[in-house]
Design a protein. Structure first.
Length: 894
């Protein structure tokens, strides 16, 4: 009998042990904000799986209360009994939360409400509430940027419709992913009569043409509602889709693959620096793969992505991983999760129990153990990757200092179709440019200001995968308007703005910045550390001489600057100001990153330290900004400094008038005013000199002439290349540090003085103006030259605008691209007269007659007359169209 009691006692102990073990497990407080805007009924299925798991793992609210699916979330709150609802607004401040879980932000629409009768879910109807708003994301982002540790977990439908594009871009950038709008789901049955889960809006869109049956994938583009189907027979080898874990995912979660995933998924790809922990895996036929390719959808795409930030970690689940319709009522049993992973192995809940729960448990455990380390980036020794030595730049490579003769290009932020302030250049474009820059044997790029994160991501990716790195000279832009308004560099607003920009860019190059959106300014999450490739700072802009002169007058009693890393000797006030800014940036980088690099500031001939008695203006030799009077000290003696100048051969005018430049004989034995100026400048400096800008535009338009043919415009690309090469040779002959060509890419948004009044400034980025030289400095052209004017008619694909079988003019064709209007005439060259084309380009102005022809009158004014006389072809323009002629007449007459 005792034996039976003992056995019963053992069995009873085994039975109650899981309950006891759960009860004695310590509770853990978790300050979590669950956001779910898509609660269409009181089953709370979009976050039910999460709250059950938190309760099972003994996480409680900060006040010790149990986490409950019905109350512990922010978003839409339905009341099925009263057939009503309310909205629990998202927090405006997350300071009291450490974990933020974005379960779903899609929202609720009229027909989603459970008390609205419907045959099938998914009809399009009016939105009641939904989409992540900018102020809501800003509040979340503010918490994630704090020094106190934080965790963000986001799921499918975090940034999709109806969230607007700006918020979507900000969220995806923070999560480190790209999304083209594609989503998908596997269905065991595509016949809507057999499967009520086929969304009604898809059936409405297709109508009777939806005749799919059997298993398959429905893929939907959330941005344009394009839909296509992968069917079982022609497209799919093996049913379903599941997760396969990467090396990093296996290490973190101890999982290799998941059961089949049953719900909607995003098709996303990682940005540079994002860790992929798992990918989706589906088994498609060659025909299925081709169909994906037609829609630019990758065969393999990310399922779980992770990003480490300074003090926060983010995860993105590209699916409704937490979605479960019901969970066990009782949860206070140790091991219940593991039991269900076995029991539910072949059910539609298998993914939740075998994949989601162990993943979330691991993430939360890792977050608990995370400690924010102070000054993680600080090294024992001062980090120095470049230095000025023997009047040359040297870079550290493989533990040794190597001289670097700089040969590079400036890169601006403009591209066709966008203003530079839109920061529209993509990582893919930057990377392609870096490959082309590397192929042309350049080793350096210079940027003037903060670029979008894609620039830094692409550069790091390029340098990490190429033996010959591309180095960066990074500029810090200053607000020109503030300087011109105040004419005082010591204006407090200017200084604060400039120093904030310096510190921001210092954080950026170390991959440690989140820059808020600001019109005309790059922004986003900067995580790529490129600091080892940044070989120097070049601060500021081409200084406005009146501002420099006025600053010197206003602060003439200021004296010398004596900082920690820079000081001045015999300096003017503006030079004092420059040394102070250089000191601030150096101090900040040492304090925060224990790192330094060579220093310089922008200069140009207008404010050089030379005397130019031949200058005939009041401003081109008004004042000097002398780099010789600024000295390094202490640790900056290790890095050094250099002088930077923008030097072009055609401007200022003293280049033409000064006889010592005009008569200078270069290393080729030829007269060369450009080489003469370089020689004069080099001999006057104690510092090494970099020509940080030089170039020739390959435009049809012309604005300045150089006696030796180095003109600002009216140059072919061949001439542009030859003259740029000559100028670079002049720099090397003058023993300079090298030269940075202006510029890498053509900049359609630019203007110039003799064409700017002929176009619409708001439309400049959208077309290429052959007359505007400022647009054509780039080595990289975007012009298509759709039709070559070479007599080959094969390129003319459009139908003629005019066609007549009889008469001298048989056909008229007109075509265009972003640069030119193309006109083709098919006519009888032996006929009477010669063709004349009349163009009306400006409404309500122009000639209504042709000179020397009284028989023809026009109701619309004609601005251009093109005479295609074989011996004397020419174009005439209405004099009223000539702004310079018209302006001169007005000045003289009125």
């Amino acid at each position: 009998m005792k034996k039976i009691y003992a056995i019963c006692l053992i069995l009873f102990s085994l039975l109650i042990a899981p309950f006891i073990l759960w009860e004695i497990t310590p509770e853990k407080k978790l300050a979590i904000a669950i956001i779910d805007k898509t609660v269409t009924s009181e089953n709370y299925r979009e976050h039910l799986g999460l709250t059950w798991l938190l309760k099972y793992l003994k996480y409680t609210n900060n006040d010790g209360t149990t986490i409950d699916a019905a109350t512990n979330y922010f978003g839409f709150v339905p009341n099925e009994e009263s057939e009503n609802y309310k909205v629990k607004e998202l927090p405006t401040n997350y300071d009291n939360f450490d974990v933020i879980y974005l379960a779903d932000t899609y929202g609720v629409y009229n027909e989603d409400l459970p008390w609205i009768p419907k045959l099938r879910a998914g009809s399009r109807s009016q939105k009641i509430y939904g989409g992540l708003q900018q102020n809501e994301w800003d509040a979340i982002e503010n918490r994630l940027h704090q020094d106190k540790k934080s965790l963000l977990v986001a799921e499918f439908n975090t940034f999709a419709s109806p969230t607007n594009e700006a918020v979507r871009e900000s969220v995806t950038q923070y999560l480190g992913l790209e999304w083209s709008g594609w989503t998908g789901r596997y269905f065991d049955e595509l016949n809507p009569e057999k499967n009520p889960e086929i969304p009604q809006w898809i059936l409405d869109e297709f109508g009777k043409s939806w005749d799919y049956t059997g298993a398959g994938f429905i893929l939907v583009n959330d941005l344009d509602y394009e839909v296509f189907v992968l069917e079982e027979e022609p497209h799919i080898k093996e049913r379903g889709i599941h997760l396969t874990f990467t090396k990093e995912g296996i290490q973190q979660f101890d999982l290799t693959e998941s059961p089949d995933y049953q719900y909607w998924f995003d098709i996303v790809t990682p940005n540079t620096g994002t860790t992929v922990l798992a990918n989706y895996k589906w088994d498609l036929t060659e025909e299925g793969k081709k169909l994906l390719q037609q829609h630019d959808i990758p065969l393999e795409f990310a399922a779980i992505l992770k990003n480490e930030h300074t003090s926060s970690t983010s995860y993105y689940f590209a699916g409704d991983f937490n979605d479960i319709s019901e969970t066990p009522y009782f949860y206070k049993i140790k091991g219940l999760q593991q039991i269900n992973s076995i029991v539910q192995k072949f059910s539609d809940q298998a993914f939740y129990w075998n994949t989601y729960t162990p993943i979330m448990e691991s993430i939360l455990k890792q977050f608990e153990q995370t400690e924010i380390k102070e000054n993680e980036v600080r090294a024992e020794e001062l980090q120095l990757h470049a230095r000025i030595h023997n009047n040359k730049m040297e870079v550290m490579k493989d533990g040794e200092w190597n001289p670097l003769i700089m040969k590079g290009v400036n890169i601006g932020m403009g591209k066709p179709g966008s203003f530079p302030g839109e920061a529209a250049i993509s990582e893919k474009e930057y990377y392609r440019w870096f490959e082309q820059i590397g192929e042309m044997n350049a080793n350096t790029i210079r940027v003037y200001t903060l670029h979008p994160p894609d620039f830094y991501n692409a550069l790091k990716r390029y340098n990490d995968s190429h033996a010959e790195e591309i180095y960066v000279l990074h500029g810090v832009w200053i607000n020109e308007e503030l300087l011109e308004e105040s004419l005082d560099a010591f204006n407090e607003k200017s200084i604060l703005d400039f120093q904030h920009e310096m510190k921001t860019i210092s954080d950026v190059i170390h991959g440690n910045a989140v820059v808020k959106e600001n019109a005309g300014h790059a922004s986003g999450f900067y995580k790529s550390d490129i600091s080892e490739y940044v070989i120097g700072w070049i601060l500021g802009i081409e200084w406005y001489p009146e501002m420099v002169d006025n600053t010197n007058q206003l602060h003439k009693e200021i004296g010398e600057y004596k900082g920690n890393y820079f000081e001045t000797k015999n300096a003017q006030p503006f030079e004092h100001w420059l040394a102070m800014q250089m000191d601030v940036l150096t101090q900040y980088e040492i304090d925060n990153y224990h790192s330094i690099r060579p220093m310089s500031f922008t200069n140009w001939p207008t404010t050089d330290l030379l005397d130019h008695p031949s200058d005939g203006t009041d401003s081109e030799d008004l004042v000097s900004v002398n780099p010789n009077v600024i000295y390094t000290k202490n640790e900056m003696d290790l890095a050094g400094q250099f002088a930077s100048y923008h030097i072009y051969p055609y401007y200022p005018d003293f280049m033409h008038y000064d006889q010592k430049y005009q008569n200078y004989v270069d290393h080729r034995g030829e007269r060369n005013s450009y080489a003469g100026y370089l020689h004069d400048l080099a001999s006057s400096h104690r510092l090494p000199i970099l020509v940080a800008e030089f170039g020739i535009p390959s435009s049809r338009g012309l604005t300045h002439i150089n006696e030796f043919g180095k003109n600002q415009g009216f140059m072919t690309e061949q001439e542009q290349g030859e003259l740029i090469s000559e100028m670079y040779e002049d720099m090397i002959a003058a023993d300079l540090m090298g030269g940075i060509i202006f510029t890498w890419q053509d900049e359609w948004f630019k203007r110039t003085w003799n064409t700017m009044n002929y176009d619409n400034p708001d439309r400049r980025p959208y077309w290429s103006n052959a007359q505007t030289n400022e647009q054509q400095f780039g080595l990289l052209s975007f012009d298509r030259h759709k039709i070559q004017v070479d007599g080959n008619i094969a390129e003319w694909s459009a139908a003629p605008l005019y066609e007549k079988k009889q008469g001298d003019l048989q056909k008229l064709y007109v075509d265009h691209d972003e640069r030119y209007l193309y006109i083709r005439l098919d006519y009888n060259p032996n006929g009477k007269g010669t063709p004349k084309l009349l163009l009306d380009t400006v409404p309500k102005q122009g000639n209504e007659f042709i000179v020397n022809n009284d028989t023809i009158q026009f109701s619309n004014g004609v601005d251009f007359l093109i005479n295609l006389n074989e011996q004397n072809a020419h174009i005439l323009v209405d004099s009223y169209y000539d702004l310079f002629f018209y302006g001169s007449v007005r000045i003289i007459c009125c």
